[in-house]
Design a protein around this ligand. Sequence first.
Ligand code: 6PG
Length: 256
Amino acid sequence: MSTRRERGADGCADLVLVLPDAEQVCREARERFAGEARSAARERGTFRVALSGGSTPRRLYELLAELPAGEAPPAVPWSKVHFFWGDERLVPPDHEASNYRMAREALLSRLELAPEQVHRVPTELEPERCAQAYEQTLLRAFEGHVRFDLLLLGIGADGHTASLFPGSPALEERERLVAAVRAPGGGPDRVTLTLPAFETARCGFFLASGAEKAEAVRAALGGGDSPPPAGRVRLREGRLVWLLDRAAASRLPAPD
Ligand code: 6PG
């Protein structure tokens, strides 16, 4: 059973869906992903999705890999899907921390894809060169106007999303679509899409599960004056859907 909360345009969410647990979050996300892919392929001949990293989406990717190729439900027109990343750690593609590696293991390696459908972040380059190169990849792939059909996003306990961390100068970037950033607390440097790269998207899914995300989700959806990075993602014309399990939604006010 899920609870739907529709919010006005002033909030950062068009729909907040609360599901019983993390597995149901991923199953709901799978159905929605497949529906977005089918309609994009039908209407525009392609479906361009920015994948999220971290641990939450792995199960979603595994579930997606089970879906057959095709145009009708429950299938996905996999031959028309192009995969990008919302952020990446500057490690080799076979490194355990690589978002590319996680997606390849859970999903991409289980599909029949042409190499040109997978737009990996060139992490072999120095951070700034990598950001510049990935921005060029986006501009080429979108023929100059970057507009993702779907963003998959997560949220950290500190409210970060992609690799947009609280207080990061990259949060204030209004021109560039990709920025090189340092991860707080050490760890590998990263590149991340910036808010301008996100805000043109047609659709975005935030996936969050677990009580450790509850405060960050509350802060992101609370509509306050200084939301954390995840709460600053706004889609100018797109639909932003938050898919939460009960634990991650536990600090939200009861639905009206
Ligand atoms: C990354 C992700 C990051 C992630 C959050 C939540 O590269 O780590 O892009 O933004 O979505 O940190 O991560 P979990 O799903 O592991 O909690």
